[in-house]
Every structure is written in C-alpha cells, then in structure tokens.
Design a protein around this ligand. Structure first.
Ligand code: FAD
Length: 392
C-alpha cells in the first residue's frame, strides 16, 4: 500500500508503522496459505470455516480492539481495517465473520458492559474461544432499526425476551449474541435496551440459515427468542440506551465494512491487472490497449480514495474522537467504489469473468453486501447529511 498523508497530517499520520507492515505481511501470508486454497469449496457448500476462525483467534485477530489485560491484542482501528482488508482480499466471508465478531458483538459488550460482564465474556471472545454475533435487524425493521418489535419484560431477577432477529452474521455459530429489544415502547429510541444472550439459554435458538448471493461461507441466520429468560445482570449498558449505544457501535462497525469492501475490491483489481497482461487479442496483450489501461487507472484511483477515507475514519477513531460522518463517508464511498471496481474486473476478464474458474466472479457476488450491511448507502447519505446540517 502506498503511504499517504492528509492535510491535517499533524494530528493523524497515515503512514503504517513497521509493526503494522509486519502484521500485514503475516496476515497476507496466512490468508494465502490457509484460506485461498479453500475459498471456492466453502463458497459452493456454504460451509462456515470453523477451523480458520479458531486460527484467527490464536493469531489475535478476534480481539484486535480489546486491551491486553482482557486478553485482546490491544490494537487500534488502523490495524483492524488493515487486517480486514488483507483477509477480505482473499475471502470476504472470513472478513465479515471477523467484522461482526470484533466491532459489533464483542465491541458492544466492551463499550457498554460493566466490569463483571467484561470479566465474564471478553477474555473468551477476544481469544476466539467464543464467537460473537450482534442482533439489531428484524424482519420488519432494517433501515428503521428503532422500529424493532422484539420485547424484553422484567420479571423479578430476569428479563423475558420474545421476538426474532433476522440476517444475523455468525448467528447460528455464536456462543454469545447481543440482542436489542424494546423495554419501554413509550420512550421511542430511548425505549430499547441491549441484552447478552448465551447459546443454549432456554427459549433462544437460531432459525433459518439464509442461502445467499455472496459471502456464502459466512453464516447469516435468524435468531428466535421465545419466552427466553435472561438473568437481570445480562442487561448490557443502561436500560433504554441500547439503541443509542448501537449507533456508537455502528460508527466503528462501518469502518470494518469499508475495509471489507476495500479488500474485496483489491482482490478483484489485482486479479484483473494480472489477467490483462496475460490475455492476448488482436495480436497483443489486452493491457496494451488504452481503453483497458484507462479502466485500470480508474479502478486504482477509486481504490486509493476508498482506502484514504477509511484510514481517515480509523485514525480519528484511534484518536478517541467521534467518527459518525467519517465512518459513514468511508463506508458509502468504499462500498460503492468497490461494486464498480468488481464490475470492471469481471468486464476485463470478458467471458472468463463469468466463469467460476476465475476469482472475480466471486468478488463480484460478495461485494454487493457492502452497500447494504450496517446501513445501506441511502442510510449512510442520511447520516452524513444529518451531521452536515448540525454544523453551525
Ligand atoms: C449478509 C448480511 C449480513 C447482515 N448481518 C447483520 C448483523 O450481523 N446484524 C444485524 O443486526 N443486521 C445484519 N444485516 C442486516 C442489514 O443491516 C440490513 O439488511 C440493512 O440494514 C437493510 O435493512 P433491510 O434489509 O430491512 O432493508 P430496508 O430497510 O427494507 O430497505 C430497503 C430499501 O429501502 C431503502 N430505504 C429505507 N429507508 C429509506 C429512507 N428513509 N430513505 C431512502 N431510502 C430508504 C434502503 O436503502 C433500501 O434500498 C445483515 C444483512 C445481510 C444481507
């Protein structure tokens, strides 16, 4: 990756450190050895890569944002986005498994949880012994997530949850899920609360596993709660603040989806760059045609612009500042650019781009989720506009 700076480089350096470059090399070599040979087999069978997920845990990649004392790697968002990019350049399915675990499920427990919840859950999650999921979306409420219908009613020392969550990444494989439910429907966005629900708790089970266009080796499942009794101490954060906390979680999560898009697009771009140098038509390599060169130039420029926006959001997050609009801009631009880049990568392969023997076919399918998950492009534009209009 080329080092780059922004005008306010005095506060945010965009140069990776030697440690970060070393980590990048390690992850790249791991992905090439342990993931690349299995990508199509997992994709076709929709097979969750359990063994690789355990290996990610051993490498510290499932506790990246968690401090050492809680069993994590004590790294920041710049390291995290770089890790997701490297993994997703080989397989976006593994990238989204990491993202849902690190920046959604586990991060919600880390950011909103109390000391006892940290002690109980974080070390096991950060080392990859346990996997996390995060359940906000419901069949009737996606973009309008505050319109959730799942309820939680306090009964003595327990909360009783009823409802269902849909499209939950890691849903059927997670040991621990964070679930958002309505605790007081008169309070609007301040009437939802978050709960930690463990696998095997009575009344809690995964439902339908989705059969998807892309990211097929990742698990996207329904979560069903039927009179599910959760101990009172599993309320996560303050009662009524679950939705507001979720928005904070999404500020970080959107950086991971931007990085997922970046990785998938880079995988597609690299494959296309290699292919156009090899493929010959009209007596020469197609890379010699200016029409092809301009496509590559546009792809590379969009990729760098997406990376810079994502790095900016990650660096500001690491500086402890709010990144609502920076995260939304990175996610919006990176995901839409990545869709265009993967489309061009297929085009540059001609008919071979439509065939499963070449990797761009899968990148093209996988990348589409990036303009949808953790808020669609339309919702990112709403978030950005709201932030812009707040400014004096
Ligand atoms: C593979 C996958 C993994 C996922 N993982 C998770 C997960 O781990 N946890 C979780 O909670 N959720 C998850 N989701 C859900 C995802 O976040 C939602 O699908 C997404 O937020 C969109 O919601 P929806 O599907 O209900 O679409 P809708 O909200 O029904 O949107 C339909 C269309 O209407 C547009 N639209 C809606 N409102 C407006 C508006 N006000 N102005 C303009 N346009 C609008 C949308 O942009 C979209 O184009 C996942 C989804 C998928 C597909």
């Amino acid at each position: 990756m080329s080092a780059a700076t922004l005008p306010n480089a005095a506060t945010h350096s965009f140069r990776l450190t030697e440690e970060q470059e070393q980590l990048r090399r390690e992850i790249r070599s791991f992905a090439a050895k342990e993931i690349a040979p299995h990508v199509m087999e997992w994709d076709e069978a929709s097979e969750f890569p359990s063994a690789v997920v355990k290996q990610l845990g051993r490498m510290g990649l499932l506790g990246m944002l968690i401090p050492d004392e809680l069993g994590g790697a004590g790294l920041g968002y710049v390291d995290y986005m770089m890790a997701i990019e490297e993994i997703s350049a080989v397989d976006g399915s593994v990238g989204i498994i990491m993202a849902a675990h690190n920046s959604l499920g586990m991060n919600h427990i880390y950011l909103a949880g109390n000391a006892e919840q940290h002690r109980r859950y974080i070390p096991k999650l950060a080392t990859g012994e346990w996997l996390a999921a995060w359940g906000l979306t419901e069949p009737g409420s996606g973009s309008d997530a505050a319109g959730a219908r799942t309820t939680a009613v306090r009964k003595g020392d327990r909360w009783v949850l009823n409802g269902s969550k849909t499209f939950i990444t890691n849903g059927a494989h997670a040991d621990v899920s964070v679930v958002i439910a309505v605790t007081d429907k008169t309070q609007g966005t301040h009437g939802l609360s978050a709960f930690i629900v463990e696998k095997g708790m009575p009344g809690f089970r995964p439902g339908k596993k989705e059969n998807k266009l892309g990211l097929r080796a990742s698990d996207t499942s329904e979560l069903i709660l039927e009179d599910c009794e959760v101990p009172a101490e599993n309320l996560l954060g303050k009662e009524g603040e679950g939705f507001v906390d979720s928005l904070r979680i999404l500020d970080g999560g959107r950086i991971s989806i931007a990085a997922l898009a970046l990785g998938i697009a880079r995988g597609a771009y690299d494959a296309a760059r290699k292919y156009v140098k090899q493929r010959r038509q009209f007596g020469k390599a197609i890379a010699e045609f200016q029409g092809i060169q301009w496509k590559l130039a546009d792809m590379a420029t969009q990729l760098d612009a997406a990376r810079l926006l994502t790095l900016r959001a990650a660096a500001i997050k690491d500086a402890g500042k709010t990144t609502t609009s920076e995260s939304a801009m990175a996610k919006l631009f990176a995901s839409e650019a990545a869709v265009r880049i993967c489309d061009e990568a297929v085009q540059l392969h001609g008919g071979y781009g439509f065939i499963k023997d070449y990797p761009v076919e899968k990148f093209y399918r996988d990348v589409k989720l990036c303009t949808i998950g953790e808020g669609t492009s339309e919702i990112q534009r709403m978030v950005i506009a709201r932030e812009l209009l707040k400014r004096p």
